[in-house]
Write a protein that binds this ligand. Structure first.
Ligand code: AHR
Length: 677
């Protein structure tokens, strides 16, 4: 009895509150021609930060596989007699190799152990392909080696989970292979390669020790970790921006990203210290280097496999401006700029040139005779100042002269506004670049209030590439909490509403290893075995998978739905299905009634919601599905009494339109799909 009383009282209260609640009548102009939403609109930013590539997406399990880190044995533990050598190395750009020698007693062994990055993850039943280059070095003509998937941490009787014996024959460098199957799952395994020979005559030289899962994304050779690449593909990206980010620039020009070092046989790709090795003093990772294994060929291939446009960003001859005092002369001279320009021209030839051309031939020899159809090129990352413009102009002119079809992406610097931003935009307009890269890692207030950011941008001139953005919670809330994702969703309504201005976007950064991050928040977190999609990931995915073809006006009280009672919304039409797609964020903690005015032909609808009662909740690797989108069909049965305004649901209006009303939960991002066919 008491229960009934309380619930009746609550209903009365709600009704009373409802009486004062704005009704949020949302009108969608489905007959408007609308603004085309470009296929490139929602994309991915990939940079090797947070162990995103080496130690992450790149499926290689062995760190420092070519013994080229500054300390050639970094990442390796040695047994017995192991010597680093350079004489007679097989790969000139990776000159170090190791020699395992007789260990002084037939019962002893020499060899190496590698712990990968934060351990090596093995999965029960999975096959791993071991390969290395070797030659005999002692008097013995044949030398036995053992490759071992190893459990160095568990309280086990036998650390050797799987062992393959390989006989090295002769003194000529030869590639050896073996396949090993992991009998159990282990997050922090290791790999050992041991001289398995008690012969005092035995010695062997070894180089480029590599261990890959047999199964990679699309089963590519030199491929990508399947779960991580699949998470990318599931975002249905329109573009893939690579390779960064700051690593494009380098701390000094010597360690900028040089694409030519990342193509051709992997054994001969020189390594580069990763800028994020020492990028922040608070979180340093001495074993963070770029192997170049996930190089430009692999980036182009990944873009193609995902159906995304490749968007490479190249160095414009300026090292990271944040890390350099101009007095240190961090930029290339104007004479040297030509070599940077030539690198960019060669890149276009690598991507698009005929297999008969110099760089097209390299691509073809790597297995892709067809062009990659490169259309965009970013010149510089977060650059600013006169020294940038001085370099950018001849750079752009040279690319345009040779490849007028390539669309040039300029930059607006590191911030969302301010003097550098304004000056750069002025210059970019003057130079008539095709797109301008904008970056905004901003706090909650920006994302909550600035869904109108592009409403008043000029409609002519360069388009916007929102190339790096993420909501960074203030007051220490720098993690992937739900509220950040909700505010991003809310802000993104403004990207889509202004699809004539904004034609590309990518959240950044994308990946982070839970033990190896330097920067957060990030879209996707992982450890050696598992992957976790953040709430921000689901926001990106919901936008990309419900993109629609044309943005059409959606209004409340005759105005765009921007900060309207905490609501932000955008509407689009899917031309193939006729679906009307509404994306709407309610950033208020409380729910509110929303009333959609829809054309007569709407026959059914569904709604996908992303919601959390607690804005500070996040997904974790242990609980990756704490907050996930939920889809349900909306009840399309007309309400019993259409004249009763309190009844929510579907009702036919006198003019033939359909009204659909419901209570949209507080702190909710919702995607409505209204079906007309
Ligand atoms: O995404 C992380 C970093 O943020 C990028 O490397 C850089 O471009 C920006 O400052």
């Amino acid at each position: 009895m008491r229960k009934i009383f309380v619930s009746a009282a609550l209903t009365a209260l709600c009704l009373a509150a409802g009486a004062q609640t704005p009704q949020n009548v949302l009108r969608i102009d489905v007959d408007a021609p609308g603004i085309p939403i470009q296929p490139t609109m929602y994309g991915i930013f990939l940079e090797d930060i947070n162990f995103a590539a080496d130690g992450g997406l790149y499926a290689e399990k062995i760190s420092n596989r070519s013994f080229e880190y500054d300390n050639p044995l970094q990442g390796w533990k040695t047994f017995g007699k192991v010597e680093v050598r350079t004489d007679g190395a097989p790969f000139e750009r990776n000159p170090h190799y190791v020699r395992f020698g007789y260990q002084g007693h037939p019962a002893r062994t020499s060899g190496l152990q590698n712990d990968g990055w934060f351990g090596i993850g093995y999965e029960k039943g999975a096959e791993y392909k071991l390969s290395f280059w070797a030659r005999t070095a002692g008097k013995a003509k044949e030398v036995g080696l053992a490759g071992i998937l190893c459990n160095p941490v568990g309280p086990v009787e036998n650390q050797n989970m799987a062992l393959a014996e390989i006989t090295v024959k002769g003194g000529k460098w030869t590639r050896y292979e073996a396949t090993l199957t992991a009998p159990e799952t282990l997050e922090k395994g290791a790999f050992r390669l041991l001289l398995w020979d008690g012969d005092p005559q035995a010695a062997v030289d070894v180089e480029h020790i590599s261990l890959f899962p047999a199964e990679t994304f699309h089963n590519d050779e030199n491929g990508l970790r399947k779960d991580l690449a699949q998470a990318l593909a599931d975002l249905r990206p329109g573009i893939l921006r690579f390779p960064g980010g700051c690593i494009v620039e380098g701390t000094s020009l010597e360690n900028r990203y040089q694409w030519k070092n990342t193509v051709g046989p992997v054994e001969n790709r020189p390594i580069n210290i990763n800028r994020w090795n020492y990028g922040t003093f608070e979180r340093m990772f001495p074993d963070y280097y770029q192997s170049g294994g996930l190089g430009f060929y692999e980036y182009f291939r990944l873009a193609e496999e995902m159906g995304a446009e490749p968007v490479p960003i190249v160095s414009c001859g300026m090292a990271c401006q944040f890390q350099n005092d101009p007095a240190w002369k961090p930029n290339c001279s104007m004479e040297d700029l030509q070599s940077y320009i030539q690198d960019a021209l060669d890149l276009i030839e690598f991507a698009n040139g005929s297999p008969k051309s110099k760089w097209g031939k390299v691509r073809a020899q790597m297995g892709h005779p067809a062009p990659f159809n490169l259309k965009y090129l970013g010149i510089g990352n977060e650059q600013w100042g006169e020294e940038f413009i001085e370099r950018f102009v001849p750079f752009m002119n040279a690319v345009r002269a040779k490849y007028p079809e390539i669309r040039i992406i300029g930059t607006s610097g590191p911030y969302s506004g301010g003097e550098w931003f304004d000056d750069l935009w002025k210059e970019m307009r003057k130079l008539d670049v095709d797109l301008v890269d904008e970056h905004y890692y901003s706090w909650e207030g920006f994302y909550e209030k600035r869904a109108d950011r592009y409403d008043n941008y000029p409609r002519t001139g360069p388009k916007v590439f929102a190339g790096e953005y993420a909501c960074h919670g203030s007051d220490g809330k720098k993690f992937n909490h739900f509220n950040a994702a909700l505010l991003e969703a809310s802000f993104m309504t403004g990207l889509e509403r202004n699809a004539d201005v904004v034609v590309m976007s990518s959240y950044a950064p994308t990946f982070a290893h839970v033990e190896g991050w330097q920067w957060r928040p990030d879209l996707i977190w992982f450890d050696n075995l598992r992957v976790m999609k953040s709430c921000s990931y689901y926001v990106q995915q919901l936008y990309a998978t419900n993109k629609g073809d044309r943005a059409v006006p959606i209004t409340v009280d005759g105005k765009p739905v921007v900060n309207a009672n905490g609501l932000n919304a955008t509407a689009a039409i899917d031309d193939a299905t006729g679906d009307i797609i509404v994306k709407m964020a309610n950033v208020n903690p409380y729910s509110q009634v929303v009333r959609f005015v829809l054309p007569a032909g709407v026959k059914a609808a569904e709604k996908t919601s992303l919601h959390s009662d607690n804005p500070m909740t996040e997904n974790t690797l242990d609980a990756p599905e704490t907050i996930v989108p939920e889809t349900r069909a909306l009840d399309w049965t007309p309400v019993a009494d259409p004249d009763n305004a309190w009844l929510l649901g579907v009702r036919k209006q006198k003019d033939g339109n359909i009204e659909y009303s419901e209570r949209l939960g507080g702190r909710t991002f919702a995607v409505y799909r209204f079906h007309r066919n």
